[in-house]
Write a protein that binds this ligand. Structure first.
Ligand code: ADP
Ligand code: ADP
Ligand code: ZN
Ligand code: ZN
Length: 737
């Protein structure tokens, strides 16, 4: 134990020959402006090498099935231990994965029921054939065929009463019904007796059809369910059946996913589905009342979930519906229960989505991981999380080419005195906006009751900057991202989700300057513009213009390796010989936006490049793959394409994610500019600098889950500072002092 992780001469991306010693069994926080190189050190160098070394310990046979990690660009890296990367990538979207299964708490609840009822433990699992509801196969939702949509009751079979494709009059499938001995093919379906209709829709068995005896017959609905719904079907079939079905809660288990036998045993008056449906904070109370060792184990695990500010979740919540921040904190809970020691845990901004009230508790969990004998590396911007560090590595001084160096190493106390942008950020005290703008209208929401919202009516003022605040789970997303967006569908929602673009998309294609750039190259060289596209004949043949070679591996992330033919430059030699003002197309794609904005003075290009700089992405190079962008960077590039509009309503979902304290002022300037151009900006935020600079605040709460869902406060930042009874107000008072 003890010792250090040591890195020598790291040069991934913008890193400038970085050498570094990181103490083991401590919490090290990496700080620095967005784009300075924190991820390049922590994820692209340390994590990649740790994984590579780990795989090196497997036999060649196993290694054959694993991706081949390339050695990161560094002279030497030593002292690494087994890595566990706890990031914001979405938790499995599998319909069977829930908060209870991913945290391993649900098996403990099952054990409890099994002990109490004396029944086998897998009876209580909807993943097990014994426990799953036979109607919905443990999904909780069921697809129901709708006969009214399959037949036109005003017609007879001969007139084409069957509406489903494949049952045209005269077809083989149609014959089965039209020639059925008990069905009159000339009678309108609405004139059928109940018995005849039942036979048409739900009948089964051996019947005589068209003079042939003992045909195996299935009614329309029976056959549809057996062939189209019960079987594993193709995506195409699933689309094709949609017009004839409704999807809803399973009527047998009422969404509980379990068989009736599994739902029978009760503890403290509740069956296992009711346990899973309860909010975590309530379940803790129930388990505390039981007081058995088994119940206590489950309770301790649940308390960790509550500790991390997620007490409003329930164990049955599908993980596919969690936000990135919620997912990351739940992964953390799982590791806290683990008995592994000597692991290197790596976190990517774990405070994302967390209200200032809950940050202290997050810090306690990070400390607990360390105290179990692990090394904890955290990339963070939140001053309250930075506080938890035993050791700080501050990367900078700026972003991109202006960053990539270690500007400070040491304690938090020393960082506060340091002459770096992070040091300055920590010293700064917040100032509250007092000269707020006045609204020029309002966009009302009435009686919203989605999820935990309690009949909420509130108005969003127009022509100003509104911050929507409240602890995690209070209902901000439900109210704004969902209800407000549905009520005002013309609003522009700018979030961190993936940009639905191909692996070939780059900032230059996304902001729409690439066509113009190709034309400039074509004109200067007297050749066709298409030559300068890496999707065309000009592209390197070794990598088809990707710059890297991507190999698909079953069940894993694809593996990316360097293209030796073009050395990552994407184009053929002869294309690179054509230049514009002394630069080849590959040189241009390597240019950061801040250089490109001076290189391309053309009217059609410059404003778009300037927008990229305005949103703080001046360090991105024009040809960088969009898939290398973080969530926060994706959100800002989306914003860059919007800056020219006026009279719009923008909804921003936690835009400070990934932003250094000093980048936040750039973002604030940007939001102010949008408002001054005549737009309305609504921002869901925890960041106190944003809250202090809003014109209007809508605060939800008082707490999360069922203890939230109400409007606690509306008014100006100054009014919130004076208001008692809001957790956001409390946090504001601690900061403004
Ligand atoms: P931070 O984590 O501090 O925000 P990064 O390490 O992500 O910074 O980025 C440092 C620099 O490296 C930036 O200029 C960024 O654009 C660049 N960069 C990051 N990922 C890639 C990549 N996959 N390819 C090329 N450049 C990259
Ligand atoms: P916030 O944005 O303030 O963190 P949310 O609107 O995400 O809060 O959540 C409010 C409540 O609604 C919480 O109890 C949460 O668990 C619940 N909730 C949110 N999304 C879903 C969903 N897709 N399915 C079920 N419950 C949800
Ligand atoms: Zn069911
Ligand atoms: Zn190539």
């Amino acid at each position: 134990m003890g010792g250090t992780i040591s890195i020598n001469g790291a040069r991934e991306h913008n890193l400038k020959d970085v050498s570094l010693e990181i103490p083991k069994n401590k919490i090290t926080v990496f700080t620095g402006v967005s784009g300075s190189g924190k991820s390049s050190i922590v994820f692209d160098t340390i994590a990649v090498e740790a994984q590579r070394q780990l795989y090196g310990t497997f036999s060649w046979f196993i290694r054959n099935f694993l991706p081949k990690y390339e050695r990161p660009y560094a002279d030497a890296i030593s002292g690494l231990t087994t890595p566990v990367i706890v990031d914001q990538k979405p938790v499995s979207g599998n319909a069977r994965s829930t908060v209870g299964t991913m945290t391993d708490i649900m098996p403990q609840i099952r054990g409890l029921f099994s002990r109490e009822s004396g029944l086998p433990v897998n009876l209580f699992s909807f993943n097990d054939p014994k426990g799953m509801c036979p109607e919905c196969d443990g999904i909780g939702r069921a697809v129901q065929p709708v006969p009214e949509l399959m037949i036109d009751r005003t017609k007879s079979l001969n007139e084409g009463a069957i509406l489903m494709p494949g049952f045209k009059v005269g077809s083989v499938s149609w014959q089965m019904y039209a020639s059925h001995e008990k069905l009159d093919a000339d009678k309108k379906i609405q004139d059928y007796t109940p018995e005849e209709e039942h036979e048409l829709l739900h009948g089964s068995g051996k019947v005589s059809v068209g003079g042939m005896f003992n045909m195996t017959y299935e009614g329309l609905v029976t056959g549809f369910v057996r062939t189209k719904l019960k079987r594993e079907t193709s995506e195409k079939t699933r689309e094709a059946v949609k017009p004839f079905i409704t999807e809803g809660i399973c009527t047998l288990c009422e969404g509980a996913r379990l068989s009736q036998e599994a739902l029978a045993p009760r503890i403290a008056g509740r069956n296992i589905a009711e346990f899973a449906r309860m909010q975590v904070t309530d379940l803790i109370e129930v388990l505390a009342g039981l007081g058995t060792p088994l119940a206590d184990n489950a309770r301790i695990a649940l308390e960790r979930v509550a500790d991390i500010g997620l007490g409003y979740l329930s164990l049955d919540r599908p993980t596919a519906t969690l936000s990135g921040g919620e997912g990351q904190r739940l992964k953390l809970v799982k590791h806290l229960g683990s008995t592994l020691i000597g692991v290197t845990y790596i976190f990517d901004e774990p405070s994302t989505g967390l209200h200032p009230r809950d940050v202290g508790r997050l810090n306690n969990l990070l400390r607990a991981l360390r105290d179990q004998g692990n090394t904890v590396l955290v990339v963070e911007h939140d001053p309250d999380v930075i506080e938890v560090a035993d050791h700080i590595v501050d990367v900078g001084p700026g972003a991109g080419a202006h960053g990539g160096q270690i500007v400070f190493e040491g304690s938090v106390a020393d960082l506060r005195q340091a002459d770096t942008r992070t040091g300055a950020g920590l010293r700064r005290t917040g100032t509250l906006k007092t000269d707020v703008r006045t609204a020029d209208g309002k966009l009302p929401i009435e009686n919203a009751d989605l999820h935990n919202l309690k009949n909420v009516s509130v108005s969003v003022p127009t022509g100003v900057l509104t911050a929507v605040t409240g602890v995690a789970g209070s209902g901000k997303s439900s109210l704004i991202a969902d209800v407000f967006m549905r009520t005002y569908p013309d609003s522009v929602f700018v979030d961190q989700s993936a940009i639905g673009a191909s692996a070939r998309s780059t900032p230059s294609t996304y902001i729409g300057v690439m066509d113009g750039i190709r034309q400039l190259f074509a004109k200067a060289n007297g050749v066709a513009p298409g030559l300068f596209s890496f999707n065309s004949a000009g592209a390197c043949e070794g990598c088809q213009g990707r710059g890297v070679i991507i190999t698909e591996v079953a069940y894993m992330d694809p593996v990316t390796t360097h293209c030796d033919d073009c050395d990552g430059r994407r184009f053929k030699e002869e294309v690179l010989a054509h230049t514009l003002r002394g630069k080849s197309i590959a040189d241009v794609l390597e240019m950061p936006a801040e250089v490109a904005v001076d290189f391309f003075t053309e009217k059609a290009l410059r404003p778009k490049l300037r927008a990229l700089n305005d949103v703080g992405l001046d360090y991105l190079s024009l040809g960088q793959s969009l898939s290398s962008l973080s969530g926060g960077e994706r959100q800002r590039i989306k914003l860059a394409t919007q800056l020219q509009r006026t009279g719009s309503v923008y909804v921003l979902d936690e835009p400070t994610t990934g932003l250094h304290m000093s980048d936040v002022s750039t973002l604030l300037g940007l939001m102010d500019r949008l408002v001054d151009q005549g737009n309305t900006v609504v921002v869901i935020e925890h960041n106190l600098d944003v809250i202090m600079n809003a014109d209007w605040i809508i605060d939800l709460g008082p707490d999360g889950g069922k203890n939230g869902g109400e409007i606690v406060f509306t008014g100006t930042p100054a009014d919130l500072l004076a208001f008692q009874g809001s957790l956001t107000g409390d946090a504001l008072r601690r900061t403004v002092g």
